[in-house]
Design a protein around this ligand. Structure first.
Ligand SMILES: Cc1ncc(COP(=O)(O)O)c(C=O)c1O
Length: 431
C-alpha cells in the first residue's frame, strides 16, 4: 500500500474554492480542514449505493452520507425515477403541485405529532419557522434550547455568535439536554414567558426515556410548546422519528434530512391548534412547493412504509459498532461508540484533547486510504444500501487501522504519521 492517498485533483480544486468561498465550502462541517486535510478526498465525481468516487478516481464506502440526508443510498433508483418523472412535467409553477397534499398526508400517517405542516427547503428554515409559530401561538418570547438548530439568528444568538444583534441573546437560553433540573430552573427563571422548549432527543447520544418524558411533563406544566428537532432522527431512528421511538409526542416536529434521500426539503409539522396560527405569520418561501423534492419525498415515504429500511440501518449499525469496538479492544485503543446505532457517535477516550484530535486525523487518514470514509466523531450515517459486504469490508479496514493507531501511540509518533495539513474546528456548537 502506498503511503499517501492520491487526492491531488481534489486538493487543487479546493485551493481554487478557498479563493471563492469563505471557508472553502457551502457547509461548514464539510470543510476539508474538518477531516484529514490533504489525506482525504474533497470532491466527488460519482455516488451510487453506499459508495462515492472522488475526482481522483478513488472509490470509498461512505458513512458521511452527506451528513445524514442519504437514508436509502446514493442514486437510489425508485427515488431518482420519481424525480425524473416529475422533471418531465415541471419543477415548479404558478399553480400548486398536487404532490404537496400527497406528501403531507403521508407525513401525517407516519409522524405522530403531524396534523398540519409547512414545507421548507432545509433544516434551519424549518427550525426557525417552528420558533415563529411557537412565539406566535403562545404570545411568549423565550426559547429554551439544547443543541444545534441551524444557522439563523434565532439559534446563533444562544452562543453569542458574531453577526447576531446582542438583544437577540435575551430571547434564548441553552440547557444541557439530559438535565431536567437545569431545564426546570430556566422555566422558573422565565416563568410565564417561555414560548418553546427545543430539543433533539437522540442526536449524538440517545436521551434516557425518563428524560424525554420529563421534558414533555415540564413543557406541559409551564405551558410551553415542545419542539423535537428530528432533522437527524426523523425517518431514521424510526419511520416516525424519535417521537415514535420514545412514544413521546411533541407539539411540533421538525424534519429535513431523512425525508427525501438528499433532495432539499424540510418540514415543520405539529398539532393542528398550534400550526394553524402559521396562516397569519410571515412564513412563506418561493420554493416551498418545489415538485422534484416533493416527488422524492413521496417516493421515500412509500419505501419507508413498505420496506424495513430503519430496521436494516439499526442492525447494520450494530454490526459496525461491535466491529469497531472489538478492533479497538484487540489493539488496546480506548475507543467507544455511543448513541443509536442508526447514526452512532464515536470517541477516542484519551484525556489529552490535542492527542485525541490527532488520533482522529490519523484514523480518518488511514481508513480513507483503505477505502472507508468516516466523519470525525461520527455520526456514522448508515443507509439501506450498506449491505453485509460493505459492513464486513468496513470492519476489516478498521481492524487494520486500530493497530496502526496503537503503534503510533506506543511510539509517541501520532503527529509524525499525519500526512496532511492542520485540522480546525469546523463550526461552533451551540449546545
Ligand atoms: C439537529 C439539526 N438541526 C438543524 C440542522 C440544520 O439543518 P440545515 O443544515 O439543513 O439548515 C442540522 C444540520 O446538521 C441538524 O443536525
Amino acid at each position: 500500500m502506498t503511503d499517501r492517498l492520491d487526492v491531488a485533483k481534489s486538493v487543487e480544486l479546493y485551493r481554487r474554492a478557498c479563493a471563492l468561498f469563505p471557508g472553502g465550502t457551502q457547509t461548514n462541517s464539510k470543510r476539508a480542514t474538518a477531516f484529514a486535510p490533504g489525506a482525504w478526498p474533497i470532491y466527488f465525481a460519482d455516488s451510487h449505493g453506499c459508495r462515492v468516487t472522488d475526482i481522483d478516481g478513488n472509490t470509498y464506502i461512505d458513512y458521511v452520507s452527506a451528513l445524514g440526508p442519504i437514508t436509502l443510498g446514493y442514486c437510489y433508483e425508485p427515488v431518482d425515477a420519481a424525480i425524473r418523472e416529475q422533471l418531465g412535467r415541471g419543477i415548479i409553477s404558478g399553480l400548486l403541485s398536487p404532490l404537496e397534499v400527497e406528501v403531507a398526508e403521508k407525513v401525517c400517517d407516519m409522524v405522530p405529532c403531524a396534523e398540519m405542516m409547512r414545507f421548507m427547503k432545509g433544516g434551519a428554515e424549518a427550525t426557525s419557522a417552528s420558533a415563529r409559530i411557537a412565539r406566535g401561538y403562545t404570545g411568549k418570547e423565550i426559547i429554551l434550547n439544547s443543541g444545534y438548530r441551524g444557522w439563523s439568528d434565532i439559534w446563533a444568538a444562544q452562543a453569542g455568535n458574531p453577526g447576531v444583534p446582542d438583544c437577540f441573546e435575551q430571547t434564548i437560553e441553552g440547557f444541557p439536554r439530559d438535565d431536567l433540573n437545569a431545564l426546570e430552573d430556566l422555566l422558573n427563571k422565565h416563568q410565564g414567558n417561555v414560548a418553546m422548549i427545543a430539543v433533539d432527543v437522540a442526536g449524538g447520544t440517545a436521551a434516557p426515556q425518563e428524560v424525554v418524558e420529563g421534558i414533555r411533563r415540564l413543557a406541559d406544566e409551564h405551558e410551553a410548546v415542545l419542539m423535537f428537532d428530528e432533522i437527524v432522527t426523523g425517518f431514521r431512528m424510526a419511520r416516525g422519528g424519535a417521537q415514535e421511538y420514545y412514544g413521546v409526542t411533541p407539539d411540533i416536529g421538525v424534519f429535513a434530512k431523512g425525508i427525501a434521500n438528499g433532495m432539499p426539503i424540510g418540514v415543520v409539522c405539529g398539532k393542528r391548534e398550534i400550526m394553524a396560527c402559521a396562516k397569519d405569520l410571515i412564513i412563506s418561501i418561493t420554493y416551498g412547493g418545489e415538485a422534484l423534492s416533493l416527488a422524492a419525498a413521496s417516493a421515500c415515504l412509500d419505501i419507508y412504509e413498505r420496506e424495513p429500511v430503519q430496521e436494516h440501518m439499526w442492525s447494520q449499525g450494530e454490526k459496525l459498532q461491535r466491529g469497531f469496538e472489538a478492533a479497538a479492544q484487540a489493539s488496546g485503543v480506548p475507543f467507544k461508540c455511543y448513541g443509536p446505532s442508526v447514526m452512532h457517535s464515536m470517541r477516542f477516550e484519551y484525556e489529552d484533547d490535542a492527542l485525541n484530535a490527532d488520533v482522529w486525523t490519523l484514523f480518518l487518514q488511514e481508513t480513507a486510504k483503505r477505502g472507508v470514509l468516516i466523519r470525525r466523531g461520527g455520526l456514522l450515517f448508515i443507509t439501506y444500501s450498506h449491505d453485509d459486504e460493505a459492513v464486513e469490508e468496513s470492519n476489516a479496514v478498521v481492524a487494520e487501522v486500530m493497530p496502526i493507531i496503537a503503534e503510533a501511540l506506543e511510539a509517541g509518533e501520532v503527529r509524525e504519521k499525519l500526512l496532511g495539513g492542520e485540522v480546525e474546528e469546523s463550526f461552533r456548537s451551540f449546545a
